[in-house]
Design a protein around this ligand. Structure first.
Ligand SMILES: Cc1cc2nc3c(=O)[nH]c(=O)nc-3n(C[C@H](O)[C@H](O)[C@H](O)COP(=O)(O)O)c2cc1C
Length: 200
């Protein structure tokens, strides 16, 4: 009886210990599974007031893509964005192209080479892509990548915003892309992902 109890205690101790240590080979395979689960789709976006961010998050949710937000070092305040005031930051930048050089917190994506498809999202400002995305476009090499622009706007279409960015980039296989209304929904994005054949 005593011997059985001792054996049982030893077996339980071994089980507890192996759980605490993480059982060598098992924990290694979990780690490599995580590494493999990194998506080859990246969603890069700039959003001043959250609409484009909603679309970007919905793409990520539908596809499991990684997300990279473009953040100007000097963020745009509500006053900065007041396009009805000709002295606002955004109006001054619009009127003077030289002032559109918006410095970003970062334009460098970790493991950039691992992504084969890059979605680029932005709000439409005066018919073109909001210029905080420009710094990212100029700083990166899109060679070998499929690039898919998307935007949100009050009423304007995608227009030539994608083509202008394509010219700016000079590399990458750029697709036509898609415009969403400002109040974009997850369903809108899901339908587009299905049309693209990225999800079923
Ligand atoms: C400076 C500025 C210029 C804009 N120009 C246009 C425009 O030309 N056409 C349009 O339909 N909407 C225009 N809008 C509306 C935005 O494109 C729209 O609200 C967009 O969804 C904002 O996205 P965000 O919340 O990601 O910043 C403009 C907004 C701002 C602030």
């Amino acid at each position: 009886m005593k011997v059985r109890k001792i054996i049982a205690m030893i077996l339980i101790s071994i089980m507890v210990l192996s759980l605490l240590v993480g059982c060598g080979p098992d924990s290694e395979s979990r780690q490599s599974d995580d590494a493999e689960s990194q998506s080859n789709i990246l969603v890069v976006y700039y959003s001043a007031t959250g609409n484009t961010e909603k679309a970007a998050d919905a793409i990520a949710k539908a596809t499991g893509a990684d997300v990279f937000e473009l953040e100007p070092i000097k963020a745009y305040t509500e006053e900065d964005l007041d396009w009805t005031n000709e002295d606002s930051r955004v109006c001054r930048e619009h009127d003077n192209e030289a002032e559109r050089d918006v410095e970003l917190v970062s334009a460098a994506v970790d493991n950039w080479e691992s992504y084969s498809t890059v979605f680029i999202g932005y709000p439409i400002w005066w018919g073109i892509a909001a210029w905080p995305v420009d710094g990212f476009i100029k700083a990166n090499d899109f060679t070998g990548k499929t690039v898919i622009p998307f935007c949100t706007s009050a009423s304007s279409d995608l227009g030539e915003s994608g083509e202008l960015l394509e010219k700016m980039a000079g590399t990458g296989e750029w697709q036509i892309g898609r415009r969403f209304r400002s109040s974009v929904s997850e369903e809108d994005v899901q339908v587009w992902m299905e049309e693209l054949g990225i999800v079923q």
